[in-house]
Ligand binder design. Structure first.
Ligand SMILES: NC(=O)c1ccc[n+]([C@@H]2O[C@H](COP(=O)([O-])OP(=O)(O)OC[C@H]3O[C@@H](n4cnc5c(N)ncnc54)[C@H](OP(=O)(O)O)[C@@H]3O)[C@@H](O)[C@H]2O)c1
Length: 224
């Protein structure tokens, strides 16, 4: 503003809009995901826009995820990173949700099921399938919409089929990837992601029994 001057009304209005826009952006940046919505109208159908969510995965050098319902590697630091990332919340009393495919749910040993401190949810096409300790949905968009209401951050946690569905949705705004710098024999794969996502930051790096890995955060490219 010019010193001692008075801004015309339209300039003041413009200023107010700018402030409001910045506040909204900051809010979404801070609160992360939920209640922020996108226009995934195709996926959402008549439900309206989908809530924003993240996907978290550990992938090998060929984007491999697993073999015979298991992960071919055992990296304790990655398991801790997964548990911490998906459990920690900014607001006390809130919980995050972990959404997975039926096959992934069935790979989790009974002693760890349901994943503690998180709202567990599973998608299946079978309307009669149930599992103790988790919400069950027959449609991923329904799952995302229903879980968003009381969840701080919503994480899609696999496996290959569900990541493919999730990454095709614009509402999937961020990927938390542990990239293992070795190729294993896998039969489930993470979808191609470099076209629609860009690396935002390296979170950590390490090595376990001679195998190097990096933990990275990728964000959706503008307009992708
Ligand atoms: N490395 C990692 O970070 C990571 C993470 C998770 C899992 N994994 C690995 O990934 C593998 C499992 O992945 P996967 O691709 O085979 O299976 P998945 O994605 O875990 O689950 C597939 C199941 O999800 C349901 N489903 C698929 N599309 C659906 C849709 N459009 N609507 C409703 N339900 C749908 C179907 O269940 P129904 O057959 O019941 O209809 C389908 O059989 C395992 O090897 C696991 O260890 C790795």
């Amino acid at each position: 503003m010019p010193q001692g001057g008075v801004l015309p009304a339209n300039a003041l209005l413009c200023d107010a809009w700018q402030t409001l826009a910045t506040a909204v952006e900051t809010f979404y940046a801070r609160t992360g995901t939920l209640n922020a919505v996108t226009t995934d109208t195709k996926a959402a159908g008549a439900r309206g826009p989908l809530p924003r969510f993240k996907a978290i995965a550990a992938i090998d050098a060929g984007r491999g995820l697993g073999k015979n319902g298991d992960m071919p590697w055992h990296i304790p630091a990655d398991l801790k990173h997964f548990a911490r990332t998906t459990t920690e919340t900014r607001k006390e009393g809130m919980q995050n949700a972990v959404l997975m495919g039926r096959l992934t749910a069935e790979t989790i040993p009974e002693k760890y099921w349901p994943l503690k401190g998180r709202r567990n949810a599973v998608v299946t096409r079978n309307p009669n399938w149930t599992i103790e300790g988790a919400y069950v949905y027959t449609d991923i968009a329904d799952a995302l919409t229903s879980l968003a209401a009381e969840t701080e951050t919503l994480y899609v946690v696999g496996g290959g089929q569900i990541y493919a569905l999730a990454l095709a949705m614009q509402a999937c705004e961020e990927l938390i990837l542990t990239r293992i710098h070795k190729t294993y024999d896998c039969d489930a794969f993470f979808p191609e992601f470099e076209t629609s996502f860009e690396m935002a930051e390296e979170l950590a790096r390490g090595e376990h029994k001679g195998v190097a890995f990096t933990m990275e955060r990728w964000r959706r490219k503008p307009g992708a």
